[in-house]
Design a protein around this ligand. Structure first.
Ligand SMILES: Cc1ncc(COP(=O)(O)O)c(C=O)c1O
Length: 445
């Protein structure tokens, strides 16, 4: 599948004489100091070798001593995932830090098919598209931040944003700069204005304070439900080129877009190799299996993998094999058909939430219909801060929502928003929850 991004790409300046990215200038000292683990290199080597190889090298335990024998996992609409004795032994064993080869290669094919990234054809040094498996996209995000962010660095993002991002970023001691946004995501004009504090020429100077990293959730933002337009992405990408920024495209709701064609991604526009994209299977296959992916320029993904080598070593081989078998059984067509079914479910849920919001909250609140994801971001018109209303009064009435302050950079600033998820409750429950909320709001006024 060739996406609308193809047209777009040709409108960008793809002049190959432009100097290649200097990836080392983005790394923290900790990340730059990481070295490959010699034992992990041997594991990767063993993974690629024929079964005739006799290895006395690794410290791997003997899987014959493990208690699990085999398993058959029934799949709702398709062939079972079978772990025969041999596969089970592999599933229970250590594996390579990039991810198991058959899952990575399946995912690379999918990325190329969906996003057709220009970097797929680049040399490694110029930022060839590389991928690794992570234990949920949260692990990838956290490791990407730790690779790039020093104390005192200026980091750009459009808040309110995912609380897991703030949890990973704020302890790094960076200075988070809030870029204005609306229901269509980050506003390029606002970004331009912020960046105009600096001279782009200073970005390459050692010790410069020019931001080097921009983070955004381009589809169905958590918590706002905002989805960025193609035009905005293109403008933000051009600004990133001017100021030599890396863009972290955190896109776990990409597969939950309610309209087709799906929006072209930053990855699809990445003529320079400055996009680090995180994908997640949490919303479409399972959140508990913890499977996510980092896609980006090889010099940076390699650094993330060095961090993985030194921490988790790899995402569970068992869950990777389970997902890989499912995907190989389905093929891309089967996978995308499954995704269509998931989208249909969430579309109905969203519509149910919107009509309940209309029924109960029209006079006291406002919102935008989200084009992707699983959240409705509701502004209560006459309540300056929702913390007490939600955490005390709503809880008493047995309604659970998230007060908006959780998603802001400074949670002590009053926030009139609440986040409502339409993922788990039935339309009847959603309706009853909003009825109770409307009573509470009226009482509070
Ligand atoms: C915007 C965003 N990024 C990342 C994640 C992490 O997802 P996971 O680690 O399950 O892939 C979430 C989870 O809700 C999210 O909303």
């Amino acid at each position: 599948m060739i996406t609308a991004a193809d047209d777009l790409r040709f409108t960008l300046d793809t002049d190959s004489s432009k100097t290649a990215m200097n990836y080392s200038r983005f790394l923290t000292a900790v990340s730059a100091a990481r070295k490959p683990s010699p034992i992990r290199i041997l594991t990767e080597l063993q993974q690629r070798s024929p079964p005739t190889l006799i290895s006395l090298a690794g410290g791997a335990p003997n899987p014959n001593t493990f208690p699990f024998h085999s398993a058959t996992i029934k799949v709702k609409n398709g062939p079972s995932v079978v772990f025969d004795e041999t596969t089970m032994k592999r599933a229970l064993q250590y594996s390579g830090s990039y991810g198991i080869p058959e899952l990575i290669s399946w995912m690379k094919d999918l990325q190329i098919n969906l996003h057709n990234p220009p970097t797929a054809g680049y040399s490694p040094e110029r930022g060839h598209m590389e991928m690794c498996v992570t234990t949920g996209s949260q692990e990838g995000l956290c490791k990407v931040f730790e690779m790039l962010v020093n104390p005192g660095d200026n980091i750009l993002l459009d808040a309110p944003t995912y609380s897991g991002t703030l949890a990973a970023l704020q302890p790094l001691g960076c200075n988070i700069i809030n870029v204005p946004s609306d229901q269509y995501g980050m506003i390029p004009k606002g970004l331009k204005e912020i960046l105009s504090r600096w001279d782009p020429a200073d970005s390459q100077k050692p010790g410069s304070t020019v931001p080097r990293v921009l983070y955004t959730i381009p589809n169905g933002g958590n918590p706002t439900g905002a989805s960025m337009t193609t035009e905005r992405k293109r403008e933000v990408y051009e600004l990133a080129r001017e100021y030599d920024l890396l863009i972290i495209e955190d896109d776990p709701y990409y597969f939950l877009q309610f309209q087709k064609p799906w929006a072209p991604t930053f990855l699809s526009m990445d003529v320079d190799g400055r996009i680090i994209r995180t994908d997640s299977f949490s919303k479409i296959l399972s959140s508990g299996l913890r499977i996510g992916f980092v896609t980006g320029p090889k010099p940076l993904v390699d650094r993330v993998v060095l961090h993985i080598q030194a921490s988790t070593m790899h995402t569970s081989t068992f869950t990777q094999l389970m997902v890989s078998q499912l995907l190989h059984g389905w093929g891309q067509e089967g996978f995308l058909k499954h995704v269509d079914g998931v989208v249909e479910f969430y579309r109905k849920q969203r519509d149910a939430m919107l009509s309940s919001a209309d029924r109960w909250l029209k006079d006291v609140a406002e919102w935008h219909a989200p084009a992707a994801g699983m959240f409705l971001w509701i502004r209560l018109k006459d309540i300056a801060d929702t913390q007490q209303l939600i955490m005390e009064k709503a809880l008493e009435k047995e309604v659970l929502l998230v007060p908006g302050g959780v998603f802001t950079i400074d949670s002590s600033v009053p926030c009139p928003y609440v986040r409502a998820a339409f993922s788990l409750s039935t339309p009847q429950q959603i309706d009853e929850a909003f009825r109770r909320l409307s009573v509470l709001i009226k009482e509070a006024l």
